[in-house]
Design a protein around this ligand. Structure first.
Ligand SMILES: NC(=O)c1ccc[n+]([C@@H]2O[C@H](COP(=O)([O-])OP(=O)(O)OC[C@H]3O[C@@H](n4cnc5c(N)ncnc54)[C@H](OP(=O)(O)O)[C@@H]3O)[C@@H](O)[C@H]2O)c1
Length: 187
């Protein structure tokens, strides 16, 4: 069981929607960010009575990202959990999330779960986070593929969400979903 009052989710409206639903059920206040209004509304219709708030945001806009983190903090209080599946097109988003929460929240511990998945670059998945605020625990969920010695396939949405839920609950720093080895056997 999570001991968690306030969670932020970035990249949680698509393949990760099932994990977002799990987070909403285990956290008092969850804010999910995304650009696509229809995806946000779909989640809102399902979970708003359980404490979900959705917010339009393009996380590649650093000023908007900072502003929305501050808004969530002012509305629901200190942040316990951030789950972030951020595309490589927004390299400043994770550093901005870390810095902005570090500015707002100096003492209370929080957990940052970074989901890493790429169909082509192992180095992007295996890269380890540095520059972590003192009161922040970083966990990484690395998305691999399914390989049975004969054939391989990418993870299903359900497997991705299950892996992220496992990563959130785990005490390990890294959770690998499926396998990353042998990398040349990926689909
Ligand atoms: N390892 C595996 O087995 C596996 C399987 C499938 C996919 N993948 C990889 O997973 C990655 C993600 O795929 P996808 O994009 O199709 O996933 P998706 O889950 O359909 O969409 C990405 C999520 O990120 C959000 N997002 C993206 N850009 C954003 C931005 N600038 N600002 C705010 N939110 C943003 C989207 O919200 P909006 O729609 O609102 O923008 C959505 O919630 C790809 O690299 C793919 O190769 C790996």
């Amino acid at each position: 069981m999570l001991n968690c009052n306030h969670a932020l989710v970035f990249g949680g409206t698509g393949m990760l929607a099932e994990a977002t639903g799990w987070i909403v059920k285990h956290v008092n206040h969850t804010v999910v960010f995304g650009r696509n209004r229809h995806r946000l509304e779909r989640l809102s219709n399902k979970y708003s009575e359980q404490g979900l708030k959705v917010q339009e945001l393009d996380y590649s806009n650093t000023e908007s990202l900072k502003h929305q983190i501050t808004n969530a903090y002012e509305e629901h209080g200190e942040i316990d959990l951030v789950v972030a599946w951020i595309h490589s097109t927004a390299p400043d988003a994770i550093p901005t999330i870390k810095r902005q929460i570090a500015t707002l929240q100096v003492h209370r511990q929080w957990t940052l779960v970074i989901v890493k998945g790429s169909s082509s670059h192992l180095t992007n998945i295996a890269f380890t986070e540095n520059d972590v605020p003192e009161n922040c625990i970083v966990k990484e969920v690395q998305l691999g593929f399914i390989y049975n010695e004969m054939t391989s396939r990418w993870l299903s949405h359900h497997e991705i969400s299950e892996g992220v839920i496992t990563g959130i609950q785990s005490n390990e720093r890294k959770t690998v979903v499926g396998t990353l080895e042998p990398w040349d056997k990926r689909p």
